[in-house]
Every structure is written in C-alpha cells, then in structure tokens.
Design a protein around this ligand. Structure first.
Ligand SMILES: [Zn+2]
Length: 310
C-alpha cells in the first residue's frame, strides 16, 4: 500500500494505522489549501474503506477497481451543483437518509462531502444530526480548505487531517518523478509561482497550461476578425471554472502583448491591441470580485467586437 501524498508524515501515519487496524473514523475532515492533495487523500481513504483485500487498499479486488474508476456504488460524492457556491440543504438531507441505507456492495459506505466549508449553517446543522448518531459502517469525508468555516459542533465530532505543503525540494522531485519530461528547475520555478502547491504547479507544467494557451490564441484570432460566436465557443470549456478563467485571462493578455510586438509597425492595429490589453487588465480585476463567469465572457467578447470591429 503506497500512500499517495508526499510530505505530511503525521497524516500518513494516522491514516495508515487507522486503515490497517480496520478503524477508519466515521467522520474525517481533510483540510488544506487547493492543490495539496485533499481529493487524492479522500479517494485513497474511500478506496481503503470499501476494499475487501488483505492490505487495504489492495488495488486488486473489484471494490478497489470500481473505486479507481469512480463508479463504486458505495462511494458517494456530494458537491455543489455547477454554477452554485455551496451544497444545498436538500442534498444534505438526501445524503442523510441515504446514510441509513445499507451499503450495496462493500462493507462500508463512504460519503465524500466536497467543499464542506461552503455549507451554510442550516445545512451544517442538518449534517450534524447524522454525525451525532452515525449509522454503523458509514464514513464521512469532509473536504475543506479550512475547518474554521465549519461549526465547532461538527469539528468536535470529526478527526482532523490537516495537509500542508511538502518541502520545496521534495515536491519538485515528486513532480519530476511523475513527469520525466519536466526538469528540476522548471518544477521548482512552477512551485514558487504557485505557493508550493503541487497540484497547481502540475497544472502549469502539464497539459492544462498549453490547453489554456491554445484557447487564448483561438480567442484572439477570432477577436481580430471579429467573430463573436467563435470567441465564445473557444472559451466554452472554461465557462464554469474560475481558476481557469483567471489563467485564461492572463494567457490572453500575453497573446495580445505578443501580437503587439509582432505588429509594432502597424500603428492602427497596435493601438487597438493596446486598448484591448488595458481593458483585459480591468476585466482581470473584476474577476477578483464575484462576477458571474458567463457575463464575464460576454463582456470581454463584446468589447473585442467593439475595438477590433471599429
Ligand atoms: Zn481492494
């Protein structure tokens, strides 16, 4: 059994000894900032909880296989619906009554509550009821950026696993092992740019970054025509992801700046590009507020139409 996170030795010891003693607590809060591996750890504990092998998680039994592909009937993830900020109280109530139904396949049933710290107080109280008298064979895994946003009555009924960023050099080595094409220097640089978060650094170093760059290039190409429909469709895949939208905006600014350099002799185009660059800087500020993302895309698209169409 290989623990999936690096660093975090105390968490590793606590989790592995609970699993090997067959005593996974019925409620666990996994807290830590984005990119530290909260979901990875939750998936590991969930798999161990449903595994029927000797050394859990064995990775060989049918329960492990179903858990790995994300379709185990006794591992239920509850998260906010797309576009919503938090899990609804109805979803909590539904989970609560489901918790009293016996597991379908495994010996245990696991609920992963993703974004537990975004639950409103009434929803937290609804959750509390089941934490106070937990049915047998149930494991609740509450994923939170910070446990401090949870009611103390909830915290007191949970075991807390706090994740922290591993040592910079360990994190860099880990990234290079997983991605042999990445150099140690590039890994360290990406970690420094992402406050030591492995997940975010990997995002920069691997596919997502180039994918976002491609989208930004397509968007700008459509903007110069201007073709508003093509602009909007190039951004569809990011429409609901605020972190990606931040990075997309940054990439788009870089693309605009590059095009300005390449077309320095074309005064008319350069001026338009500069205007759009300045507009995007303002728009990036708006992203820090809670602007609706589809409204955001509509705004940057219609502004491009106005500047490059005029
Ligand atoms: Zn197994």
């Amino acid at each position: 059994m290989i623990f999936p996170l690096i660093g975090n030795k105390r968490v590793e010891e606590a989790v592995l000894s609970a699993i090997s003693a067959n005593r996974i607590p019925h409620a666990i809060i996994i807290e830590g900032e984005g990119g530290l591996g909260k979901h990875t750890l939750a998936a590991f504990i969930a798999k161990a909880a449903v595994c029927e092998g000797e050394e859990k998680p064995c990775g060989k039994c049918s329960n492990c296989h179903l858990a790995e592909v994300g379709s185990h009937p006794d591992i239920i993830t509850v998260a906010a619906e797309k576009g919503k900020k938090s899990i609804t109280i109805d979803a909590v109530r539904e989970m609560r009554s489901d918790a009293y139904v016996k597991p379908h396949k495994a010996g245990k049933k696991v609920f992963i509550i993703d974004g537990a710290d975004t639950l409103r107080e009434d929803s937290q109280n609804a959750l509390l009821k089941v934490l106070e008298e937990p049915p047998a064979d149930i494991v609740f895994l509450l994923i939170a950026e910070s446990k401090n946003r949870l009611l103390t009555t909830i915290i007191s009924r949970c075991v807390i696993l706090s994740l922290s960023a591993p040592e910079r050099s360990d994190a860099a080595k880990y990234i290079c092992e997983k991605n042999p094409q990445v150099s140690l220097d590039a890994a360290l640089y990406a970690l420094d740019n992402n406050f030591g978060s492995i997940g975010a650094a990997l995002g920069d170093l691997t596919g997502k970054k180039s994918e976002i760059k491609t989208c930004a290039q397509e968007f700008l190409k459509a903007a110069l025509i201007p073709d508003e429909w093509a602009m909007l469709s190039s951004t569809v895949k990011f429409a609901n992801d605020r972190v990606f939208v931040d990075r997309f905006t940054l990439q788009l600014k870089l693309c605009v700046a590059e095009m300005m350099r390449k077309n320095a002799s074309n005064v008319r185009l350069s001026r338009k590009l500069l205007r759009y660059y300045e507009y995007l800087s303002e728009a990036a500020e708006a992203l820090k507020t809670n602007i609706n993302l589809s409204l955001y895309f509509t705004l940057i698209t219609s502004k491009a139409g106005e500047i490059f169409g005029g």
